[in-house]
Every structure is written in C-alpha cells, then in structure tokens.
Design a protein around this ligand. Structure first.
Ligand SMILES: Nc1ncnc2c1ncn2[C@@H]1O[C@H](COP(=O)(O)OP(=O)(O)OP(=O)(O)O)[C@@H](O)[C@H]1O
Ligand SMILES: [Mg+2]
Length: 455
C-alpha cells in the first residue's frame, strides 16, 4: 500500500484522535442511558403527586355529596364546588404518566372509567355513590402502591447506576487513554524510525557526494512516497555530476597535455633553435665572404621568424601570462598582440579591479580565457563589426564576461552550427558550471555574448 510521508506522520495523532472520539461516544451513550432513567423517575414523581391530588379531590367530593344527600339541599356554591372538585379529580388523573408495568396493564384506563362513574351530573343514589367511591379509591391505592414500589426500586437502581457509571467510566476512560497513548507511541515510533532511517541513508549519500566520492547511490524501482522521489533525484543528480566531472577531468587532462607540450617545445625545440641561431650569429662574425655572410644573415632572419612563430604556438598551447598575471592580463595581452592591426575592428577592454580578487582556480581561468578568445575570434571572423567591447565584471558575487560587437548579428541556429567554436564554448562553460548566452547587442546591430559564473 502506498502511504506518503505526510500520511505516515499523521497516522499516530489520527489514531489517538479516533480512540478519543470513541471514548466520547461511549460517555455520551452512558449519559443517554442515565437520562432515560432520570425521565422515568420524573414520571413516577409526577404520577405520585397526581395520585395524591386525585385521592384528596375524590375524598372531598365524596364527603360533600354525602352531606348534600343527607340534607337534601344543594346550594349553588355547593354545586360549584362539586363540579370544581370533579374537574380537579379528572385533571389529576389526566396527569398520570404510565410507566413500567402500568404502561400496558390497562389500570389507568380502568381508573378513568371509574372516575367517569363519579360524575355528579349523573346524580347517582347514595349507596351507588359510596360504592363507586370505594372502587375508585381502591384502584387509586393499587396504582399508588405500584408507584411506590417502582419509586423505591428506581431509587435503589439510581444509586447503583451512579456507582456503576463512575466505575465503568473510570475503567473505560483509563483503558482507552492508555490504549491511545500506547498505540500512538508505537505507531509514531515505528513510522518515525522508518522515515529517520531512510533520511539518514539519503543524508549519508549526499555527504559522500559532497565529499567527492562519486558512487551512484541506490534508487528505488518505483516511487511510493516523497523520500523515494528524493532518492531518485539524488541518484539522477549524481549521474549528471559524474558526467560533468568526467568532462572536467577530460578538459583538465587536455589542458595539462597542452601545457606539457608547450614546456617541451620551450625546453627542447626552442633552446635547440636558439643554439643554432647563436651558431649562425657567430659564423657571420667570423666569415669575411660576402655571399656566405648574406646567406647566413638570411638564414638568421628566417630562424628568428621561426622562433617567433614557435613562441606564438607555445603561447596558444598554454598562455604563460595566464599563469603569471591572471585572466584579465592574459586577455589584454592577447588583444594587444593579435587584434591590434588597422584592418581589424577597434576594441575596448574593461577589467573590473575586483576580478583579480576572485580567486578562480587554474582550470576555470583557462576555460574562461579560451572562451573569451573564441568569442573575440568570432567577432573578428564573422561579425564584420567596426568595434567591439570586451568586459570582465563582478556583480554581487557573480563574474560576468561579455563580448559585444556592432556587426551584422548572429544568424539563426542552423547556419551557426557549422563550426566547433560555439560548441566548445558551451562545453567549457558547462564544465565550470557557467551559463552562456548570445543576444542582440546594445548597439544598433550586432551580438552580445555573455557568460555568467557564480563564484
Ligand atoms: N559575433 C558573431 N557575429 C556574427 N556571427 C557570429 C558571431 N559569432 C558566431 N557567429 C556565427 O556562428 C557560426 C558558428 O560559430 P563557431 O565559432 O561555432 O564556428 P566558426 O567560427 O565558423 O568555426 P571555428 O570556431 O570552429 O573555427 C559562425 O559561422 C558565424 O556564422
Ligand atoms: Mg569560431
């Protein structure tokens, strides 16, 4: 089953919450049970009062009717009292609340029928009246007894119920609370350990990568949660890093090889040629023959040219100024040496003083130097510009190299894929994690090449 990290974190509190809700429901049920019993007790109480009232009204009505029958006189006040008492009697019986055994026994309806027999409007004879009252009061006292018994039973039950309720609530509450806490802790412990182990393993892999040990960390086959996504991302990131470092190493190796060749040329070939030159120079001072002298002088000039060419080649292979003076000075030297003739576009070079404080390593400096030279060469070769600007700036910890011309502008993608220069620029920039772009220049026409490197 797929459970996300968020769900794993929420599972423990959710379990505790569900158990607490169950506890609340149980308490509510207990209260409901208790309140039903309380309603029954209230009904008994009401019935008790109604019975007493009915009994009292019946007794008074009986006495009054008897005295009226004895005297044979019935004043209007007496008649009013009789009908009032009868009404009260009826009203009291109407307030009887049937409960327990009384509900279906038919005793209440029997009592009602007996009460109707007592109606003074029927003007019964004295014997019948006495009999009716006797029957009515017997039934009343039977119901009253039942009421009393129920009342006692309920009182006892109520006390028992309260004790039971307190005990049961305490036991259930304690058990549910303990269950909630224990299960919450177990679930939280289980899932947090699971998450922690995986996070620790991910962080170990990340630390290994940061330390430069580029071993591919394991990646899950399928994504179950956010941590799997993270593991797959770290795996992909490492793969890319291995590729980038590979390119970097390749470039580093190539640069090292060029440096070695430049040194060999300097130490071996250049010193051999210098020895030959010195030999020729001494030969020309020793000889008196004019034709030999002319030939040696020609050979000397050619040799000096060859030596100068060789120095150019050596400088191209590995610019010594870069090692000695740094990036800005090396680019400046290149511009002064190779881009200064009349038939070439005019250039303007700006080097931010902060560039020298940047502390760029050898490989980055070489990559930046070669990128700058290729961008400048492209302006000279393709832009047909009359001027261009080369800027080396530092803005908020970011190094920016730009070469901006006022030429014809860079053509669309297809036609610019012909050479290797732009690709080399991209590859070198990627190796040192710099970003490059070619946009329209701020002049009325032309191209702005820009490289940004976060230092
Ligand atoms: N500043 C520029 N102005 C106008 N066009 C440019 C500029 N820079 C490059 N281009 C265009 O981009 C194309 C590709 O340049 P790229 O440097 O890759 O190759 P190249 O200079 O022709 O050959 P290579 O650099 O391999 O000697 C060029 O042929 C040119 O048309
Ligand atoms: Mg080029």
């Amino acid at each position: 089953m797929r459970i996300t990290v968020k769900q794993q974190v929420l599972l423990a509190p959710a379990t505790i919450l569900v158990l607490l809700i169950l506890l609340l429901a149980f308490m509510q049920y207990t209260y409901w049970d208790l309140s039903a019993k309380r309603r029954e007790a209230k009904a008994i109480g009401t019935t008790f009062v109604a019975l007493a009232e009915a009994d009292m009204a019946a007794r008074r009505l009986h006495l009054l009717l008897r005295s009226m029958q004895h005297t044979g006189m019935a004043s209007p006040e007496d008649m009013a009292l009789v009908s009032d008492l009868y009404e009260r009697l009826f009203d009291a019986i109407g307030r009887l609340k049937p409960f327990g055994v009384l509900k279906n026994s038919g005793q209440i309806s029997h009592l009602l029928a007996l009460a109707e027999e007592l109606n003074p409007a029927d003007s019964p004879r004295i014997e019948e009246t006495a009999e009716s009252f006797a029957r009515f009061r017997t039934e009343l006292s039977a119901i009253s007894n039942i009421n009393q018994i129920n009342s006692n039973r309920l009182r006892l039950d109520h006390e028992q119920d309260i004790t039971q309720l307190v005990e049961r609530t305490a036991i259930v509450s304690m058990s549910v609370l303990i269950l909630a806490i224990v299960s919450g802790l177990l679930i939280a412990g289980y899932f947090s350990r699971r998450i922690l182990n995986r996070v620790q393993s991910l962080s170990r892999n990340a630390v290994r990568i940061a330390d430069g040990k580029l071993e591919l960390p394991p990646a899950p086959d399928h994504i179950r949660d956010e941590l799997d996504t993270l593991a797959i991302s770290i795996n992909r990131m490492t793969k890319r890093l291995i590729r980038v470092v590979g390119t970097e190493k390749l470039l580093e190796g190539a640069e090292e090889e060029r440096r070695r060749i430049a040194m060999d040329l300097h130490d071996q070939t250049l010193s051999d040629l210098s020895t030959i030159l010195r030999g020729l120079q001494s030969l020309s001072t020793e000889t008196a023959d004019k034709t030999v002298l002319a030939k040696t002088e020609k050979l000397e000039a050619e040799l000096e040219r060859a030596i100068a060419n060789l120095r150019d080649i050596m400088n191209n292979l590995h610019p010594q100024t870069l090692d000695i003076l740094g990036l800005g000075a090396a680019i400046e030297a290149h511009l002064e040496q190779d881009c200064c003739s009349d038939n070439l576009p005019e250039y303007h070079l700006y080097i931010d003083p902060q560039v020298s404080h940047l502390n760029l390593d050898q490989l980055k400096q070489l990559a930046l130097y070669r990128i700058a030279i290729e961008a400048i060469q492209n302006v000279i070769k393709h832009a047909m510009a009359s001027r261009y600007e080369v800027n080396l700036e530092v803005r908020e910890e970011t190094f920016i190299l730009s070469v901006e011309d006022n030429g014809k502008g860079i053509p669309d993608r297809d036609s610019r894929d012909s050479g290797r220069g732009l690709n080399n620029i991209r590859e070198r920039a990627k190796a040192i994690t710099a970003e490059v772009s070619w946009k329209s220049s701020r002049f009325s026409s032309g191209t702005r090449f820009e490289l940004t490197l976060h230092t």
